[in-house]
Design a protein around this ligand. Sequence first.
Ligand SMILES: [Zn+2]
Ligand SMILES: [Zn+2]
Length: 266
Amino acid sequence: MIDVHCHLNFKSFAKDYDQVIKRAEKDGVKIIINTGTSIESSRRAVELAEQYPNLYAIVGIHPHHADKVGLNWDKELEQIARSSKKIVGIGEIGLDYYSYASNGIVDAKLQKEIFQKQIEIANKLNLPLQIHNRQAGNDILEILNSHWSMVNSQLPGMFHCMSGNVEFLKEVLNLGFYVGFDGNITYEGIAKGEDTPLSELVKQTPIDWIVTETDAPYLTPEPHRGSRNMPSYAIIVAENIAKIKGISVEEVEAATTRNAKALFNI
Ligand SMILES: [Zn+2]
Ligand SMILES: [Zn+2]
């Protein structure tokens, strides 16, 4: 199994990342991809990937950090993205219009600028995109469509932590993106501001287009909700995808592993 999106590069794993990585391997999550959200956390994701053979890195600026970057952030990011063979994508990039208690909403114009610039960087380096979307699906599709000449249409990338409605999902699949699901597919009900249960999106996504992820330390699946998430729980995500789709866990594990390897060329 592969966890295609987590954050062992974050502070909450600073003390025990080595144990967490070893436990994941023992539990069957053989490959872990850490994703950056800022220049600093992108650098840390690369450091970890250089340290462990089964770790890879995706580097980028999250829309929350769009108003916190320095003047030469794009040059710095490009330099980081070129610094290791273990960098397999540009992310997490995208748009986020959800109003967070701690962060509010970052100026949408600024978010778009940063997103577009990173599509250009991914194009220069021929790397797939790992897209973060929260309640900004239409604007993301608009930007992707207007920049499509800069996107590798054979292997554009993936939408991480899928949310939105079925119509949006279909557009994403039509463009050739893979779709990542996390532990929040185990949660009861529908998240604030959404109108479609995640189980419905899982059902509507062909297994050949699904990848598993945890977004650890966030989005801990049931029955561990409330504690820190970790890559080992990608297995719980796979179990729940299997249950929703009425197929075996083995089939989900095989397909999602194959999909992630094809997408990230690992
Ligand atoms: Zn995200
Ligand atoms: Zn994330």
